[in-house]
Structure formats: C-alpha cells, structure tokens
Design a binder for this molecule. Structure first.
Ligand code: HT7
Ligand code: ZN
Length: 886
C-alpha cells in the first residue's frame, strides 16, 4: 500500500478551466467523450499525469490533433502527457462498463437507474482527469441514452438543451454555472417518476425542487420534500445562506455505499435516506431522512461553494456540516433529545475508533485509501470541534465568523486552518492551542477531584487532563477544553463566583459557567459556597472527552432528578445504571448472578422520573434506557461481551419487574390506532410507550404478551409495529418464541415488496440476542430477500450481526466459539473484489481484537491475519488490516 502525506501537498501545475463531457449510454457499455481546457499555472512541467481507472482509451487528441504513442503513456492508474503545451484542449474518448461496476463508484447501474458517485476519487472511473478537489472547473454535460429505457437524463446545474436522436435515442445538455471540483459531478439516467415543489428564497428567487424516485415510491417523498424546504429556510435564517441555482434535484437509488451525496444541484441519495411514509418507516427513519436531506442541502455552502483543498481537509466540510445538521434537527424537534442521541453515537463508536488502531486526528496527516477516512472521527468528532468553537465564541461572534468564512472563501478550495482563522478574525480570540484538536487523535480523559472548605466557604475543583497515546503520536500536548458546569446544593442550583471574577462581570445566568481548561492540571476556586455541592460537570457534553469524578449514588440521584441541564440528568442516569450493571458483572464473574439483587437507587430514580408528569417523554425514554452493550464495553479495560450481556439483561429484567405496573399503564393507555404524525411530541409518546413495552417483555405475564400482540396486530405505523415485533422476537419466553416465529413469517409476507421494510426485518433477526443467531444469519443469506451486492442488505445482516449482536458474534456456535469471526472474514473476502469500500468497513469489529481477553482476542487476530494473507486484497481492506495487526 502507498501512503499519501499531507506534508507532500503541492498545488496542481495545471487547472482545467472548462470541462465538456458527452456521455453516451448504451446497453452494456458507455462512451465518454471529454474536452478539457487546460491552462498551466506556473512553470510548464515535462509531463502531466491525469487520473484514470478502469477506462478503455479509444481516442486521444490535443487541440484537435490525434496523439501518437510517443506523446502519451497509459496505465491502470492514469494517463501521462509528455511535454504538454502551456494551454491546450485535450480530447479523449473512453469506453466504460457501468453494468459491471459493482464498486458503486464512478458510473454504475442501480436496478434500472444509471447514476454516479464521484466522491472522493470516483470521477477517474468516468474519464481521465485531475481528480483532486482543488481543481475547479466549469462543466457542460451532454447525456444521451435510449428514450424508452432512460426517459430522464440529469446532470448538475441548469438544462440548456435537449431533444430526440436517431435510433430511439434522445439527449439532454446541462450546464453548471458554478465552478466545482469533479467529486461534485453527477449524472443520472433512467425511468424515474418525480414529485415537484417550489421554494421562494429570502431574496425572492423561485427555485424548482424535484425528487426523482421509482414510480412505486412516489407516495414516500412528502417528508423529504418538507424537510428540504425546512432546511432551505433554516439556512437562510440561521446562517444567511441562500440557494444559488434555479433547480434543486434529489434522486433516490437502492444501491449506494453511504447515506447520500451532495453533488451540485443534483443530490443522489440512498433510498433509505429519502423515502418515508408512516406505514413503512419508523420514527427514527423519519428523523434520519430529515437529517440527511438537510445535511446534503447544507453542503451547498459548507462543501460546495467553499470546498476542501485536499482530502486531509475532509472534516472542514463534514464536521461543519454535521454540526449544522445537528443544530437544524435540534431546532426542528427536541434539542436535548438530539444531543443525547448524538453523544451516545460519539461515545460508543467514535471513542472506540479513537482508542483503536485506526485512530486519527480530525485532520489526518496521512492515509492509504481516502474512502477509509469517512469516519466517525472526521464526521462526529469534527462536529464536536466545531461545536466547541461555536460555544467558545458565542452565537453572535460565531455567526460573524461563518459569514466571514463564506465570504472570504466563496469559490475556493481551502483548509481547516482557514476555517479557524475566520473564527479568530471575527472574534479576536487566540485559538492557537485550540487547533491541537485538529492534529492530535485520542479521547482526552479528565480526572476531577474537589474539596470543600466549610470555614472559608470555598469550593475548589481540580481538573487533570491526559490523552492516551495513539498510532500517530505518543506524547500529547494539553488541549483547550471548555467544561460547562454548575453546582447543586440542597435547595437547588448555587450562585457561582470564581475567586478571580469581579462582582461586576458576573454573567446573567449566574448558576452556569464554562471553565476553560488549557493546562494539564488546573484548579478552579469558587467563593461564597454555603454547603458542599454536587458538581454538574461537562453540561451539554461541552467537549468530546471522558470524565471521571467519584460520584456517590446519592449524588447521581440528585443530578438525575434536579439538574437544570437536561443532558446531565440523562448522564447521571447512565452513570447510575452503569454502576449497577458493573455490580452485576462482578456477580457474573463470581457465578452469583442468579442471586444478584441490584442496588435500589436506580429503580427509585426511575420511579420518580416516571411519576414526574412535567418531563418530555422522549427524554424520559432515553433516561430509562440502560447504557448499550457497546457503551458498557467502551468503559471496560478488557471487554467480556458475555458478562456485559447477561449483567445488563439481569438489571433490565429487575427494572422491568420492579416498575411493571407503571410500564403496563403506559402501554395499555396508548391507543394503537391513533393517527400517526411524525412530530416530536408524538414521537416522544411512542418512544416512551415502546420502551415500557420492551421492559415488560423481558419477563412477560400473559397480559403483557397480549398487549404486545395487540399492538403488533393493530399498529397503523411502522414504529409501533416494529417495536412490538422486536419485543416479541427478543423475548425468551417459550410461548412468545412460538408467536415470534409466526409473526416474523407474517411480517415478511406483508412487506416483501418494500425493500426498506425487508431490511428492518433482516436487521431485527441479525441483532436478536437469543442464542443461535449465527445460524439464523447464515440462513438469511440464502433467503430470496437477500442480495449480496446491495450495501443496505449487507449492512442489515452482516454489519448488524457483527456490531449489534455482541453476545452471538463473540460466542459463535456451540462447538466453534470463533465461528462468528470466521464468518465475518469469509464475508469480507467474498465482497472485497466486488465492493472494496463496503468490505473494508465490515472489518471494524475485528480491529478491536486487543480489547478482548486471551482466546477471543487471538481468534479475532487470526482472522485479520487470514485477510492479510489473501493475495490481491483491495487497498481499502489492506489499510485497515495492516494497521490493525501492527
Ligand atoms: N460527502 C458524501 C460522502 C460520500 C461518500 C464517500 C465515499 C464513498 C461513497 C460516498 N458517498 C457519499 C456524504 C456526505 O457526507 O454528505
Ligand atoms: Zn457530508
């Protein structure tokens, strides 16, 4: 594998001022004619190399004159022109095979639709080009195809021409007036139906909005359309950003490696992130559509108008855009709920990545395969870093800073340096130390101790930070960490005054402070504190760190019930539940789990929360949700997935039985036929009721089972239907198991023509913790509903099993404890040559081998070694495997 380094960045020697493409699609083959206007920027080089992969070169000419074989050289990675002129038009004609393209990058066919995916380096599979984001060009694209097969022909920008051709063919020509890097190029051809709407921008321009889908999905576009309009309005109001073309199009395809792609004016989406209707889509699905539609739309400014200089800067657009979409979703629904959900993902998945062999800073210094760097770190931690900046600057200066950034760099390809520079220039703050967040990986750990001096009425908090070594760097410099906090006394929040604050400059909300930690160890002294307080630390999860403070269970109960910060109320519940589960794990290890009785604080707190009618029901559901197995694992030095599973289950069953009456009330009071709305108060009600059902179904009475079956039979929406089916399928009770088998069959019969519902059906079975999951998963791979070329199906079965069913993945089968690992390695090998991006992503669970006890860790390692030994392994998989074995 070849490594690319940030330090080797050099600007391109040529730019491509104008790109004209003729793409002629025929059955089985496509011809691409490219006319590229090159202009040398500095000294003329001896050779110019264009990127190109899987292209068959048919013709090549410079300024209209065909080249002879001494004037260029072609290999499997590109095309080198010897002695190119200062300024010239290069014409190439290539043949490509979209029907055979299973990698889903470049031009490929998804069912009946031809579509493209060019980010990060897919354009080179369409034509020879300078495939790098700092080469920005004007694009004119003419597409032609059979008129019957492909009545719809789309590309970026505005349609400027179109018409019929001989032989039943037709064409359309599109011009994108905004210069763009080729990773934002898109083309679509197929038989698509559309819904259309309009949006009037703040300055009064009319924009046509179109969503293209297969005819059968026309009834599932309303939610994406209203999300799009909300996002367009929000970006005007919150960031002052208007849309800049006359038309904005979204196309949905079934085969897609990620969620969606922000191609200029022509976003291409995974169907799973566009289509939604109550009967087929869960609440989480609706919220995902809203979030992804907004995310891609927001890229129009954070990514397209201002783009990345090189792929090391990926978080420039992704971190910022995730932050923007999270704030949008927070404004559309419940802010605290959105924050809790995002932090849960960050703390389980991103923290694990940051502690593993693939750890990298949000601006990496090197990579082998860029597709491997579309990570939780670049996206989610990147968003946390932008969030810290936004909080450090405050709303007014942050807006000034983003205005400055967009204005200063409109039409440019820039770096994260320039982003932070705009923050500094607009606010006058020195962010030199803060910038360490961009080039040091690893999750900082904060150890907090405190001391209360009754006599002096002084309370001091001492915070130490340390960051574990990661592959790119062993010795970390101190980070600049904002720690939002407050202090709780007997009667509520205490007024705060730091020893070095003067009485005149106390903030308006005097019960809340943001401590700025910049040193390895720092002590913050509060004066005039009347009693020993309970500190509420890292409110709103103000920094992506791990925090240790020795809370007593009584402290945690106080925070859970009384903190003014919603996030920390949730966090106190998580900590309390975690402590309780850890007790149970100890019992498991001592073989006394069966007799184990959990500490009662957790249930007492839950009971009080359930009886508090003022609480947002979605928050309540989250607070009552025990930490996931993945989160518990992340908290363990050495992971014992079996102990975690059974300990967690034992605590859950205890909670379920202690609070059964209250839970039953919630479920039976709910009318399953009430009209469905995908709005946050309704979502909240369903989430709490379904959480209650989940608890009841751990040890169900006949009445509980009846409630569950009743909901399954009568639900008018997928949220309730799937919640009931899940509770039934995962229930160990024998009667329930019999019912579950029938229910799964009936569910498939009912929904077999809806691929996105079938995916949920597959995923439920793959994550079902009841023993025998590997055998069930292997049977699913033979099911007619499975398709080993479709990433959504692969994710629903293989990823879900290996990532979300730790008990079964790590215990394998009765006679072969390593069967789960071997299964995964086999699946990766099968997929690697077809779709290396997806194959490489599947490897993740094996990369964690060092965290597992003796035999398990070694068995995982063995499978990594087996992948490493495979001749011809893709560069994608090779990077992950080799770094994990090191
Ligand atoms: N910017 C998009 C990235 C993307 C992608 C990257 C690699 C391979 C396939 C891909 N599809 C989309 C998605 C986004 O963050 O908006
Ligand atoms: Zn993005």
């Amino acid at each position: 594998g070849k490594t690319v380094y940030l330090k080797d960045y050099a600007p391109p020697s040529y730019i491509i001022e104008k790109t004209e493409l003729d793409v002629d699609i025929y059955k089985g083959e496509t011809f691409v004619l490219a006319r590229l206007q090159f202009q040398c920027l500095d000294e003329r080089p001896q050779a110019l190399t264009l990127d190109g992969e899987a292209l068959e070169l048919l013709d090549i000419a410079i300024d209209g004159k065909a080249l002879d074989s001494t004037q260029y050289r072609c290999d499997h990675r590109g095309l080198t022109l010897h002695n190119p002129p200062e300024r010239f038009v290069l014409t190439t004609r290539v043949r490509i095979l979209p029907e055979q393209n299973t990698s889903l990058e470049g031009l490929y066919r998804s069912r009946t639709i031809y579509c493209t995916q060019c980010e990060a380096e897919g354009f080179r599979k369409i034509t020879y080009y300078l495939d790098r984001p700092d080469v920005m060009s004007d694009f004119i694209t003419r597409v032609s195809a059979d008129k019957n097969e492909c009545p719809i022909l789309l590309s970026n920008g505005n349609k400027i021409d179109g018409g019929d051709l001989d032989g039943g063919r037709h064409f359309a020509t599109w011009h994108d007036p905004h210069k763009k890097p080729c990773y934002l190029f898109a083309l679509v051809a197929g038989d698509l139906a559309k819904v259309e709407d309009r949006f009037r921008t703040a300055s009064g321009r009319e924009v046509t909005l179109q969503i293209f889908v297969e005819e059968k999905d026309l009834d599932k576009c309303d939610h994406a359309m209203s999300s799009l309009k909300n996002a367009m309005r929000w970006d005007e109001q919150v960031y002052g950003r208007e849309y800049d073309l006359d038309i904005f199009m979204i196309v949905a395809v079934d085969d897609f490696n990620m969620g969606a792609m922000e191609n200029k004016g022509l976003n291409i989406f995974n169907t799973s992130c566009v289509l939604a209707k109550p009967e087929t889509t869960t609440d989480a699905g609706f919220q995902r559509v809203e979030g992804v539609v907004a995310h891609e739309y927001f890229h129009n400014w954070s990514g397209n108008r201002v783009t990345c200089r090189d792929w090391f800067q990926l978080s420039l657009k992704e971190g910022f855009t995730v932050f923007r979409d999270a704030e949008f979703s927070a404004d559309m629904g419940s802010r605290t709920v959105k924050r809790v959900e995002d932090v849960a993902v960050l703390r389980t998945l991103q923290f694990a990545e940051d502690a593993g062999p693939m750890a990298h800073p949000i601006r990496p210094a090197s990579y082998m395969e860029i597709s491997n760097f579309y990570t939780l770190t670049i996206y989610e931690k990147g968003a946390e870093v932008v969030r810290m900046l936004a909080n450090l600057l405050g709303p007014a200066d942050f807006r000034k800073a983003t205005d400055l950034y967009f204005e200063r760099h409109d039409g440019q390809a820039v770096t994260t340096e320039e982003f932070v520079q705009a923050m500094e220039d607009a606010s006058g703050r020195d962010l030199t130390q803060f910038k360490r967040w961009y080039n040091q990986a690893g999750t900082p750990r904060l150890s907090v101790t405190d001391e209360y001096d009754q006599e002096q009425r002084r309370y001091s908090l001492t915070i130490r930070q340390s960051t574990p070594a990661t592959p790119e760097c062993a010795e970390k410099l101190a980070f600049h960490i904002p720690v939002a906090m407050g202090l709780l006394g007997e009667a509520g929040e205490l007024a705060l005054k730091l020893a070095d604050e003067s009485l005149d400059d106390l903030p308006e909300d005097n019960t809340h402070r943001v401590l700025e930690l910049t040193e390895t160890e720092q002590t913050f002294v509060f004066t005039d504190i009347p009693e020993k307080p309970v500190p509420s630390l890292l409110r709103g999860f103000s920094a992506p760190v791990k925090l240790d403070y020795q809370y007593s269970r009584a402290d945690l109960a106080t925070l859970a019930l009384h903190d003014s910060d919603g996030f920390n109320r949730y966090e106190a519940c998580q900590k309390l539940a975690l402590a309780t589960i850890q007790d149970a794990m100890l019992a498991y290890q001592q073989d006394t789990l069966a007799e184990f009785v959990p500490d009662s604080t957790l249930v007492q707190v839950y009971r009080l929360l359930l009886e508090d009618n003022s609480l947002d029901q979605a928050m309540l559901a989250l607070m009552l949700n025990l930490p996931s197995e993945a989160y518990i694992a992340e908290e363990q030095e050495v992971i014992d997935p079996v102990a975690i599973h059974f300990a967690r289950r034992q605590v859950a069953a205890y909670v379920g039985s202690e609070l059964a009456e209250l839970f039953r009330l919630r479920v039976s009071a709910y009318d399953p036929t009430r009209e469905y709305r995908a709005q946050s108060d309704d979502i909240a009600l369903r989430s709490m009721k379904n959480a209650a059902l989940g608890y009841l179904m751990l040890l169900p009475t006949a009445e509980d089972l009846h409630l569950c079956l009743n909901q399954l039979a009568r639900a008018n929406n997928m949220t309730d239907e799937m919640a009931a089916l899940t509770a039934l399928v995962c229930c160990e009770d024998n009667t329930a198991q019999e019912q579950a088998r029938d229910a799964l069959t009936a569910f498939y019969q009912k929904w077999q023509d809806e691929p996105l519902v079938v995916n949920q059906w597959l995923a439920l079975q793959a994550r079902n913790p009841i023993p025998g999951a590997l055998e069930r998963v292997q049977a699913l791979l033979q099911h007619p509903a499975y398709d080993g070329n479709n990433p959504n199906k692969i994710r629903s079965v293989i990823s879900v099993f290996c990532n979300n069913n730790p008990l079964n993945f790590h215990t394998g089968t009765a006679d072969e404890p390593d069967a789960g690992y071997r299964f995964l390695a086999e699946q990766i090998l099968q997929l690697d040559s077809k779709n290396p991006q997806i194959a490489a992503r599947l490897i993740t669970p094996l990369t964690r081998w060092r965290r597992y006890t003796g035999d398990r860790g070694q068995a995982m390692r063995l499978q990594l070694q087996r992948l490493a030994d495979q001749p011809g392994l893709s560069p994608d998989s090779y990077e992950i495997v080799s770094k994990s074995l090191n």
